[in-house]
Each structure stands twice: as C-alpha cells, then as structure tokens.
Ligand binder design. Sequence first.
Ligand SMILES: N[C@@H](CCC(=O)N[C@@H](CS)C(=O)NCC(=O)O)C(=O)O
Length: 214
Amino acid sequence: MKLFNYWRSSASYRVRLALSFKELAYEYVAVNLVKGEQHEGPHRARNPWGGVPVLEVVENGKTLQLPQSVAIVEYLEERYPHKALFPTGAVERARVRAMVETVNSGIQPLHNLQVLAYVKDVAKADSKAWAEHWIGKGLDALEAMAKDTAGTYLFGDAFTFADACLLPQLFGARRFATVDPARFPTLMRVEAECLKQDFAQRARPENQPDAVTT
Ligand SMILES: N[C@@H](CCC(=O)N[C@@H](CS)C(=O)NCC(=O)O)C(=O)O
C-alpha cells in the first residue's frame, strides 16, 4: 500500500493512525500542500477533489486509488478486520461514527486550507475568528458526546476510529485556536492516553519524513 499524504494534514493523520494501530506496512509518499502539489495533474488523477490523503492499493491485480479518509479507514477495517477500529453492536458503531462525523464534516472542512483562503480573500472576513468559532462549536459537541461514552478512550476502553479523528483534530485546532484544557477535560484526558501508545507516536505529524519542525 502507498499513502499519498502530508505530515501536517489532519485527514492524513487519521489514516496513519489507523494503519499504525492495525500494524499495516505502507509506503509514505509526501504531497506538499504548501507548494500546491495537491492541485497538480498527477495528484488530481488520484483525487479529483485535489487533496490528501489517498491510499493506493492493489486489489485483484489492479492498482486503485482511494481518496477520503473515512472511506479509506472503513476500507481498511473491512479488508483487515484484526485490531478493530469500531465496536461491535449497531448502536455502539453509530455512536463512534457520530463522533467521527462531528470531526469529519462538522469541524475539519470549515478550517481546511482552501476554505480559509476563500473566507479571507473572497468573503473578506476574518478567517482566524471563523476557524476559532467552528472549532470551538465542534469540540464542545465532541466533549458533550464523550462525557456519555468515554472510558479510557472516547468510546469505552478500546481505541476506535473516533480517537483516530480526535488526535488530528486537536493537532489541527491548535494551529488556529487556543484549545483550553478546562473547556475540554474529557478530550484532553483521552488525547494524553492515546499519545502514551507507540502506534500513535509513529503516526504523529512531527514524526513523519516530510515534517518541517523548525
Ligand atoms: N474529507 C476529506 C478531507 C481532506 C482534506 O481536507 N484534506 C486537506 C488536508 S487535511 C487537503 O488536502 N487540503 C488541501 C487544500 O485545501 O488545498 C478526508 O477526510 O480525506
């Protein structure tokens, strides 16, 4: 498998966490979002939307490219069910998916690079205030949901896809806003727990080959 991704991309970080948790080997291919490589021809062919992550897999002898982190992680879960990222039980799975979507559709798209550029340059609005507003609203919702479901992790005592969305979202949030630990005590506790694990450390943005940390 090849993962086309970028060290600082939160959607890429979700997939790295899933791959690392399931102990699946992959080739890391960097797509530099700051240089705009996501919009260039070769990458557009992999993902017409023009973004990362994209997972390249071989199925029945054919090489395929899968975009969208949630679709990728659901594929990995079905293809490699060991070390499950979802609980058993329809209601339990729905609760995990609800937390995933709170991040995937309720927070991250609203502070993505292209959206912030549009808010600033076309809508002529304060993109920082915009990002802070939507991040705060989404994390408040996640904190409230987690209060009901959390054990060691966001849902019970096993790491799930919800946790693999939380870590990147907090990482992304801190680039734009102050994340007040007192406002999100459950999220902070779960994040600290996850980051004790080697698999999570391996997936962290600063530990990727294309990371720029200076
Ligand atoms: N829903 C998509 C979101 C992908 C996404 O927003 N990717 C960002 C990085 S986290 C990106 O490639 N942005 C490039 C750009 O905005 O130009 C997913 O989960 O894969």
